[in-house]
Structure formats: structure tokens, C-alpha cells
Design a protein. Structure first.
Length: 254
């Protein structure tokens, strides 16, 4: 089942663009890249100075995207996502892969020993996410829930057997503006034990059912370089109370 799902996502990723470009109107293609002083994801440190390119295609509410991150050492991440937006709702399925440069295991499956219970899996993580933005112009609060439903996301149950963990992340975010700066405040939690996040950044209280993992404030501004060119920059302050860590990240978008 997992293998078929993986092949289906790859086929959709590479075939849908060729089908969509035949539409006469409504197709939007985007590409860009961020350069960041550190890569912090949902309150968890991933890598240092990184370049993060992206490529996307959208058509009548549907979107298809590829996103990656590479640092100057060995970290490498490549993600593919398929989404749909309607009436304030956003739903997306994402394939995460961050084994790192030199892993050479993008298509590889292997047996993982969970305390004696062997499970065949890969290094991919498949997630479904649902978000809703309130239809209030002066209060555009966004609520999002993301859960891994397939891939390398297991925990050991009371009987010593590997069990699907359904690692999850819940976030509330709120954009606002002060003078010429665009801000976004966010609060992210782990609603229950979620090994996928704990392994990425071991917390101070590992294994707890509930934890606040991300309190952040992001400020963005477009710096005018010429009459026809501006450079978007941002700074983000991030606290992770669960791992007792703090980050201050600077980024430039192209």
C-alpha cells in the first residue's frame, strides 16, 4: 500500500504539470528561493545556513509544488506536495524526504527494527494537512492541523509492537501590519506523543503527550533596490519551550 501510494504521488507530481499547461487560462507557475541563516521547522532546528528553492504550479484551486533545502554541509531535503484551496480551506498531501546528501536512498525500502518488531518502511514521511482561515478581514486567524499518515512514523506500544504514531502538529497563526512591516505571530503545539518531531529535535521532556513546540514572530519587509526591483527580507524570532531553545533567523527571498 505504501509503495503504491509513493508511486502515485510521484506520477501525479511529474504528470499533472504537463496536463495542466494545456489549459488556455488560469494556470500560474511560480519559482523562487529563500536564503536563510538557519533552517528551523515548526520550532525544531534542522540545519544551519541554507538555500531553499521552490517550484509551483496552480490551476483553479489546485496546486502542485516542489520545495527543497540544502545547507553547506550534508543536509538535504526534497518535498513534494499536492493541494486544493476553496472557501478559506486548504488541504494538502506532502511527501517529506530529508535523509541528507550522500544517503542515496530516495527510492529504497528497508527493514526497521523497533525493539524486536521488524517493519518494512522507507525514509519518506507522508502528511495530510488541513487549514482554515477565518473569513474576517480584520481578524484573519488561520488554524492548521497536520498529521503523518504513512512512512517512517512509528512508536512501540505496550506489547512491544511497532504501531503507527500519527505524529501531529497543530498551529494557529495571525498576520498583521505595523507601519511598513508585515508580521505573523504563530503558536504551535504537539497535541500528543509524536516521534517524528521528537527524533528530529529531542525535547527536554521527551515522550510527553502534549507540548508547546513553537512560539514565533516573523517580520517581513520589501527593500527597494531600484524602481523595478525590490528585495523581500524577513527576520523570525522562534521559541521552543519544549526543547528549551530559541532561534533568531534572517532570510532573503528571491
Amino acid at each position: 500500500m505504501k509503495k503504491k501510494l509513493f508511486k502515485l504521488m510521484l506520477a501525479t507530481t511529474f504528470c499533472l504539470p504537463f496536463a495542466a499547461v494545456h489549459a488556455e487560462d488560469g494556470v500560474e507557475v511560480s519559482l523562487g528561493a529563500d536564503v536563510v541563516s538557519a533552517y528551523v521547522w515548526r520550532g525544531a532546528y534542522q540545519a544551519g545556513f541554507s538555500v531553499q528553492p521552490s517550484l509551483g504550479l496552480s490551476y483553479k484551486g489546485f496546486s502542485l509544488g516542489a520545495w527543497g533545502s540544502t545547507d553547506i554541509v550534508r543536509f538535504k531535503e526534497v518535498d513534494f506536495s499536492l493541494g486544493y484551496s476553496i472557501a478559506g480551506f486548504d488541504i494538502a498531501v506532502t511527501d517529506y524526504w530529508w535523509s541528507g546528501e550522500g544517503a542515496y536512498n530516495y527510492f529504497k525500502k528497508y527493514d526497521h527494527d523497533f525493539d524486536g518488531d521488524v517493519v518494512s518502511t522507507s525514509d519518506h514521511l507522508f502528511e495530510v494537512g488541513l487549514a482554515y482561515t477565518l473569513p474576517i478581514e480584520k481578524f484573519p486567524l488561520k488554524l492548521a492541523w497536520s498529521t503523518f499518515f504513512a512512512g517512517n512514523d512509528y512508536k512501540v506500544d505496550d506489547e512491544g509492537k511497532a504501531k503507527r504514531a500519527f505524529s501531529s502538529y497543530v498551529e494557529a497563526s495571525f498576520p498583521f501590519t505595523i507601519q511598513s512591516l508585515a508580521f505573523e505571530a504563530a503558536l504551535g503545539i504537539r497535541p500528543f506523543e509524536s516521534p517524528a518531531y521528537e527524533q528530529a529535535n529531542p525535547p527536554a521532556n521527551y515522550g510527553t503527550d502534549f507540548a508547546v513546540t513553537n512560539i514565533s514572530l516573523k517580520a517581513s519587509k520589501d527593500i527597494k533596490i531600484t524602481d523595478s526591483f525590490t528585495l523581500p527580507v524577513f527576520t523570525q524570532l522562534i521559541f521552543n519551550p519544549n526543547s528549551e531553545n530559541v532561534f533568531l533567523v534572517f532570510g532573503i527571498s528571491f
